[in-house]
Write a protein that binds this ligand. Structure first.
Ligand code: ATP
Length: 345
């Protein structure tokens, strides 16, 4: 098998059970070389356990893990071509930036000249040239994060595992690091496996995302696929805000009894009894609640069957007074037939 057709990572029916707890349950997964792949899911859904098994800190109860075609389930961490960046960075506080980054090469007894050259390359990559002599405590959170990244990349691993690496940063820095991290990944071309519970982060950075729920993968796909065509009610609810319509109301609106989801920003809101084209699904309702959020307004509209739909509208022409006065009004909601996602088969 040539390299291009061999996935970087393959999970074959991998499970990890702790007594009765099925932390990871029958997971099948293929990740391609050079992908930025995110494992997204709520706390306790099994993401970290998958990462730990990939790194070699834990072993599957059953199933197999392949790294570039090699079965590695029983190999110790140091015999795998992977490195991990942890949320707390795990830098050595008594060592300066240069020594922290060079640590992996020192352990491997790489000659000093070569070490220095590669540390310089890494400092350049993470834009920390000039910080080589500082101790971790003399750095900001974002700078520490970059040192941890440089330290993990200096050995040129084939796969880099990142466990909530931006979790400790404030929102603004986090958003900046998301862009930087993605740019660095593209430059080095290494497969990144990124664990996060933050859906926006996963959508911003990933080539593909696996959405985890209770030890299983609910859906794998490109960010746009996961967002626009969620395969289950869980994915629709966890990734962004979604309206779910089921039962008789679903049947009346779409002709089919299957539950469907529709995103709040895909819904048009107009005065009651507005006529719509045949390509639209249309329903009347009453505005129950209005939340003015500056950039946009969020409406809660009750339709037939006592179902509440969330609708968001940008405040293009409206003021807070205009939008707040819509509370209690009768309205018509409509959305394109193509914009719904049907749940399950
Ligand atoms: P978080 O986002 O909070 O880190 P996660 O999705 O990474 O969550 P895991 O850490 O993989 O979730 O945990 C999955 C499940 O396995 C949880 O219910 C957890 O309590 C359980 N678990 C993990 N490690 C152990 C262990 N060593 N012993 C017993 N149960 C464990």
């Amino acid at each position: 098998m040539n390299k291009s057709s061999t996935p970087a990572i393959r999970f074959d029916k991998v499970s990890r059970h702790f007594g009765d707890v099925k932390a990871v349950d029958q997971v099948d997964l293929e990740i391609q070389d050079g992908e930025f792949f995110s494992m997204l899911g709520p706390s306790g859904s099994g993401k970290t356990t998958c990462l730990r098994m990939l790194a070699g800190f834990d072993r599957p109860t059953s199933g197999q893990i392949h790294l570039y075609g090699q079965e590695v389930s029983s190999l110790p961490p140091y015999e795998r071509d992977v490195n991990t960046v942890f949320q707390d960075y795990a830098l050595f506080p008594h060592m300066n930036v240069g020594d922290n980054i060079a640590y992996g090469l020192m352990v491997k007894k790489v000659a000093k000249d070569e070490r220095n050259k590669r540390v310089d390359e890494m400092l350049d990559l993470v834009q920390l040239s000039g910080f080589i002599g500082r101790k971790p405590l003399q750095l900001s959170g974002g700078q520490r994060q970059r040192v941890a990244l440089a330290r993990a990349l200096i050995n040129h691993p084939k796969v880099l595992l990142l466990d909530e690496p931006l979790g400790a940063l404030d929102l603004k820095l986090r958003q900046q690091m998301q862009v930087e991290l993605k740019a660095i990944q593209k430059r080095v071309g290494i497969t990144f496996i990124f664990v996060t519970h933050d859906q926006e982060e996963a959508i911003t950075m990933s080539d593909r995302i696996a959405v985890f729920n209770q030890g299983r993968i609910e859906q794998i796909g490109a960010p746009s696929e996961i967002y626009e065509k969620p395969a289950s009610a869980f994915v629709a609810g966890f990734v962004g805000v979604s309206n779910l319509v089921s039962g008789d109301v679903a049947k009346q609106l779409t002709g089919q009894p299957q539950t469907f989801s529709i995103r709040p920003e895909k819904i048009y809101m107009n005065p009651a009894n507005t006529t719509r084209g045949a390509d639209m699904i249309s329903v009347d309702g009453t505005v129950r609640d209005v939340v003015y959020l500056g950039l946009y307004t969020r409406y809660l509209v009750e339709i037939q069957g006592g179902i509440d739909l969330v609708v968001v509208e940008q405040n293009l022409k409206t003021t807070s007074m205009d939008v707040l006065s819509t509370k209690g009004q009768k309205v018509n909601l409509a959305w394109h037939k193509d914009h719904i996602s049907r749940m399950g088969a």
